[in-house]
Design a protein around this ligand. Structure first.
Ligand code: PMP
Length: 365
């Protein structure tokens, strides 16, 4: 049988593994930080009507500039981050924020260039770096997975990257990154600063987003996704807010018509219901805080999380506990961080199922 090693694959892809969170059919799936509440019926009806209307023109290529979607996204962010004053020219979208990140590295990374990331962090950042032949440099975090302004400045001076990658809040730890750290990073580099805000909507109410830092900072890029707060993981819509010149650079590498007419119609319709979707986010935040509050009684402790998941520690054998939960049809995530597992906050029932199964698993140190 032919193996990858027999193929003339690029040297920097040799020996790598693809992104591989298990996709199993289980009763309670809390492993990939999805929004398990789903799309409410009235929102779904509106989306279906919009898709039906788009079908009448499906024989034509879609709007290559997805203008209506960019206007909707700008409106959404401006409502959230008052004062950002974003125009549609500052918005970009793609099939998931993973694709946005890939386009950023196609345009600004590549052979001879580097990004500085701060593991443990979102694994796709380094995988997309490999895919675009961009060097990935590992920065050192502070204790408890934090990154202070001093630390980010020190790591930038030490490594001189072309792009600084900050994940705020960070996956898989849930920990926040302060705006002071993002500002310090920006001032310490002549390169780009990319902030992955996939989970921004789950931050405590009133916490400012890096979007508020965009005015006057043409090298700052902030990505978001509809996969989490908008329960739209299956639709594949991620987006970026940045200077119009950055968006122009992405046009050089995107494939023409990369966002289908159906995707555009569905996303514009979903954004019309942002208030209803954000009310669901509040319910998820309650379940996240409940997990953190209830873990100590079971012998574990969770890190403070500004996202829709919790990393918790105090496990004797994380993989054994992960398996015990799976035996009860509860799937969470083992990221290989010693002594820890990560769980997504689900509905109240799912969260109860997780906590009950964890109590029975008896895996505390
Ligand atoms: N960034 C982070 C930090 C994530 O956790 C994820 C999804 N797990 C993504 C980006 C990608 O999301 P999507 O491609 O679905 O927008």
């Amino acid at each position: 049988m032919t193996s990858l090693d027999d193929l003339p694959i690029r040297d920097n892809l040799r020996g790598l593994s693809p992104y591989g969170a298990p996709q199993k059919h289980v009763r309670v799936a809390l492993n990939v930080n999805e929004n398990t509440h789903g799309v409410p019926a009235d929102v779904a009806d509106d989306i279906v009507a919009s898709i039906a209307a788009a079908i009448s023109q499906i024989h034509r290529y879609p709007d290559r500039e997805f203008t209506e979607l960019r206007e909707s996204l700008a409106g959404y962010l401006n409502e959230e981050s008052a004062g950002a004053g974003l125009s549609a020219e500052q918005l970009w979208a793609a099939n998931g924020s993973n694709e946005v990140i890939q386009q950023i590295l196609q345009a600004f990374g590549g052979p001879g260039r580097s990004i500085l990331g701060f593991p443990p962090t979102y694994s796709m950042h380094s995988i997309i770096a490999s895919g675009t032949d961009t060097a990935y440099i590992t920065g050192q975090r502070d204790a408890e997975y934090r990154i202070s302004p001093e630390t980010v400045v020190r790591e930038i001076a030490r490594t001189e990257p072309d792009i600084v990658f900050l994940c705020a809040p960070n996956n898989p730890t849930g920990t926040p990154v302060g705006l002071d750290t993002i500002e310090a990073a920006y001032d310490a580099t002549r390169g780009l600063v990319f902030v992955d805000e996939a989970y921004a909507e789950f931050m405590p109410t009133g916490t400012p987003s890096a979007v508020t830092l965009l005015p006057g900072r043409e090298r700052l890029l902030v990505s978001r996704t509809m996969s989490k707060a908008f329960a739209f993981a299956g639709a594949r819509v991620g987006y970026l807010a940045a200077d119009p010149a950055v968006i122009d650079a992405l046009r050089l590498v995107r494939l023409p018509y990369h966002l289908s007419a159906l995707t555009q119609a569905a996303a514009v319709a979903a954004l019309r219901h942002s208030a209803e979707m954000l009310a669901r986010v509040d319910e998820i935040k309650e379940q996240r805080d409940r997990i953190i509050a209830e873990l100590p009684a079971l012998g574990y402790s969770g890190w403070e999380s500004h996202a829709n998941f919790v990393l918790f520690g105090g496990l004797k054998d994380p993989h054994a506990t992960w398996q015990r939960l799976l035996d009860e049809d509860v799937l969470i995530r083992d990221l290989g961080i010693p002594g820890t597992l990560r769980v997504t906050a689900g509905t109240e029932e799912e969260t109860t199922a997780f906590l009950d199964a964890l109590a029975r698993a008896d895996g505390a140190e």
